[in-house]
Design a protein around this ligand. Structure first.
Ligand SMILES: Nc1ncnc2c1ncn2[C@@H]1O[C@H](COP(=O)(O)OP(=O)(O)OP(=O)(O)O)[C@@H](O)[C@H]1O
Ligand code: NI
Length: 407
């Protein structure tokens, strides 16, 4: 049983907007193990990206994490920041959670670390790749320079763990926007440049030496996606968060990039959190899956749990909406009805899916905690975990919607 790299417990992230409080991520719990690919799937607006940003401390105003813990296994940090160290509660799912979570003092709660330390983890501990690689690169610097800068960040982190901050405090879109600084030539040296070329070669870019000297706009979409992966790998991260990494690419390139991610993951024994709309991608890539709906994880488990034995009617709807799993690019078909508002004042107390659910019952109008299902890993926020659908209890889709609206 591989160990957990990350344990997320009861994490909530909200946006405080002019229209009101948006509950983008609601009490989400999951873990990420060493060397696995964890998939997060759900319709647009279900909170996948905000969950990812919350993991790596990139939620921006007017949003913030309002509760919960993000436990990272990092004994060095636990020792240096005892106030942030602790033992995650054992997972609701998984009898061997204790065994996996390891001994006291191995984990730190990222939220309790100083901001500068959290920022220093970006690159060497967490890296992120996005749908749009252009957003990860500065258009006015060569691709090679930018990857070399990421290599420098990692070098400094290894050479001096106490001062892991680069002068640019990381790289990529987020730090670029947050810090408003650009990486400069001054910080890169010949070795880092060579390493950058090596990384470009590893991600399958032909003529890496020449390509390193080109600017982002000189790359095709697929090549730039590869370059972004090279940039993300430069930090030798423990966890790579990939948010819709292939959505913008055509099917052939998409398959190549996924294959590349798989190879790299296996080679480096890195963990990947893979966010996608695409159940075909999940089926092909992931070890375990979390299904999000309206900011909550409504079901999670191994790939087999969730695909072969879905419990939540939302998951069943998603799986049922795939015409053919062998289809190279099956997409989520919209389930009838609308995605609910995530405005706090408009959210009812019960299951958020009840208004669209063909199996909604009276009990669904009460809050639904996550319940552990048969398999060790399998859990869902649904009354059907513990019982059968009972037609005499049915509230009907219209009635459930009405009750939700009233509250
Ligand atoms: N900066 C923001 N201000 C206000 N609300 C936000 C902000 N960013 C995200 N949200 C809200 O948080 C919710 C979750 O958004 P998120 O981007 O995580 O969804 P998603 O599942 O990644 O969707 P998609 O598949 O379209 O990328 C949405 O209701 C969105 O409107
Ligand atoms: Ni998203």
């Amino acid at each position: 049983m591989s160990r957990d790299t990350l344990r997320v417990e009861d994490l909530s992230t909200r946006f405080f907007t002019g229209e009101g409080q948006v509950n983008a991520v609601e009490s989400v719990s999951f873990d990420v193990r060493e060397g696995e690919i964890l998939g997060i799937v759900g319709e647009s607006g279900s909170g996948k990206s905000v969950t990812a940003l919350s993991l790596i401390d990139l939620v921006e105003s007017p949003g913030r994490i309002t509760s919960g813990q993000v436990w990272l296994r990092k004994p060095e940090l636990a020792e240096e920041y005892p106030e942030a160290a602790g033992v995650p509660e054992s997972d609701a799912t998984g009898d061997s959670a204790g065994e996996r979570s390891g001994s006291a003092g191995e984990f730190v709660d990222l939220r309790e670390l100083p901001k500068s330390v959290r920022a220093s983890l970006r690159g060497p501990t967490f890296s992120m790749i996005f749908q749009d690689p252009m957003s990860s690169f500065n258009p006015s610097l060569t691709v090679g320079e930018q990857i070399a800068e990421a290599v420098e960040v990692q070098r400094r982190a290894t050479a001096n763990p106490r001062s892991t901050r680069s002068r640019t405090q990381g790289y990529g879109l987020a730090s670029y926007l947050v810090d408003g600084l650009v990486p400069g030539r001054d910080y890169t040296n010949e070795e880092s440049h060579e390493r950058a070329v090596e990384l470009l070669e590893q991600v399958g870019i032909p003529d890496p030496e020449e390509r390193a000297d080109e600017y982002p706009h000189e790359f095709s979409g697929g090549m730039l996606q590869r370059a972004m992966i090279a940039q993300a790998l430069a930090g030798e991260p423990d966890v790579l968060v990939a948010d819709e990494p292939t959505t913008a690419l055509d099917v052939t390139i998409q398959a190549q990039i996924l294959e590349l991610l798989r190879e790299i993951q296996a080679e480096r024994d890195m963990s990947i959190v893979l966010i996608t709309h695409d159940l075909g991608v999940i089926a092909r890539m992931c070890d375990r899956v979390a299904v999000m709906y309206a900011g909550e994880i409504v079901e999670r488990g191994t790939l087999a749990d969730v695909f072969d034995d879905p419990i939540h009617p939302y998951t069943q709807g998603l799986i049922g909406s795939i015409p053919d799993l062998d289809d190279p690019a099956p997409r989520l078909q919209p389930i009838e009805g609308n995605v609910p508002s995530l405005l706090d004042e408009e959210m009812g107390p019960g299951c958020y899916f009840a208004p669209r659910c063909p199996k909604a019952m009276e009990s669904c109008l009460d809050p639904q905690p996550e319940r552990k299902a048969g398999g060790e890993e399998h859990a869902a926020r649904c009354v059907l975990v513990d019982g059968e659908y009972d037609e005499s209890e049915a509230v009907g889709e219209a009635r459930a919607a009405e009750v939700t609206d009233d509250d």
